[in-house]
Design a protein around this ligand. Sequence first.
Ligand SMILES: [Zn+2]
Ligand SMILES: [Zn+2]
Length: 271
Amino acid sequence: MITLGTGSPIPDPNRAGPATLVRAAGRDLLFDCGRAVLMRAAAAGSGPAQFHTVFLTHRHSDHITDLNDVITMQWVMSFGPTPLRIVGPEGTQGLIDKTLDMLTEDVGYRIAHHESLQYQPTIEVTEVSDGVVVDDDGIRIVAAPTEHSPVKPTVGYRIEADGKAVVIAGDTIPCEGLDRLCAGADVYVQTVVRESVVKMIPAPRLQDVLDYHSSIEQAADTAQRNGVKTLVMTHPVPGVAPGTEQEWIDEAQAVFAGEVALANDLDTFTL
Ligand SMILES: [Zn+2]
Ligand SMILES: [Zn+2]
């Protein structure tokens, strides 16, 4: 598992937007398409033509900013018509339709220019809510509903292969669906908010993020309650001030007895 992008909506010179690559059973599985996802995928030795499936947790802009880039480059970089598989919560088909609509002119320009590119991008969308999404060739992926209201619906994913399990929670507060995904997981990747710091910043729009994201303590509690081995904190809000990284980890470890990491872009977790 590689944390391609660990940022939040706030532009950060060192953190690309939310995106995680899971390499399992010979497949590159991409979770979310935040800012600069394809730059970070290239650094990880992957890319649009290698993505077996793209999974979306929800349609907040920071998680889908570069979806259009993934669609365009998968179409251009694949040899011959190759459908791009996209899995996401209900409403994903509508997002894809609108994104393709936005890309209409560019698709036309490229088809007019490249004799070898005489076909449209094709996308196979699967909308999921709760249950098994994939179960074949040594890999099993389960989706479950998460809680990020007013963004609805949202989902998290659990990926199982070789007897190991990784959970991509996305942006969510603790909830029953998240607990099910996390039960006994080896790695649990969670967006976190550092509540103690956010509360000191008198900006209403920042205070608003507290009620629909897990705090560090809540993420650690979810990990502890569900017997997770490693909690990987990502998408930190507010930004991590240099030198305070250990404070974030200490806050989690006060609640959770397992391993804790505060992810940076391109960190690799091998299971
Ligand atoms: Zn969100
Ligand atoms: Zn987000």
